[in-house]
Design a protein around this ligand. Structure first.
Ligand code: CA
Length: 155
């Protein structure tokens, strides 16, 4: 399993890289959005971990760029941005999950396994990817809105 980690914070990046290595993932770590896009254009990855607050190109721009190219790579956002708007933009923009910092490495690894389970087509046919993340983003959006309305949050 090859993972692309997009994270500009050195301490967080080093901690994630070490945890992924222990979990036997091969990890490439880049620190800005443009390098992430360049790397994704010429390398296959099984999963992308994407920070949102990045120098230059913002993580949401990077996500939009990846999906605009019909790249179906499973993608998990890791960010400190906890606003509903950011979460909706991330999930509706094609992220498969959204994990808030700070998080425990054990939870990151569990969410990565869950995303990989859900997104990897049993036939290995990549055309099954896109409906997978589209349907889930809509489902998550509905679930989040339901939770928000139950919590009394106004739209
Ligand atoms: Ca950052």
């Amino acid at each position: 399993m090859r993972v692309l980690l997009v994270e500009d914070d050195t301490m967080i990046g080093e901690a994630i890289q070490a945890a992924l290595k222990d979990a036997t993932y091969a990890t490439d770590w880049v620190k800005n959005g443009q390098t992430a896009l360049t790397t994704l254009a010429c390398q296959h990855y099984d999963l992308v971990l994407l920070d949102l607050g990045l120098p230059g190109k913002d993580g949401l721009e990077v996500l939009a760029n990846i999906r605009a190219k019909d790249n179906p790579v499973p993608l998990l956002i890791i960010t400190a941005r906890d606003g509903l708007d950011d979460r909706l933009r991330g999930l509706d923009g094609g992220a498969d999950d959204y994990l808030l910092k700070p998080f425990e490495m054990a939870e990151l690894l569990a969410r990565m396994r869950a995303v990989l389970r859900r997104c990897n087509s049993p036939t290995g046919n990549s055309r099954f990817y896109k409906p997978c993340w589209c349907a889930r983003a809509q489902f998550c959006r509905a679930a989040i809105w339901k939770a928000a309305s139950m919590a009394g949050v106004k739209k």
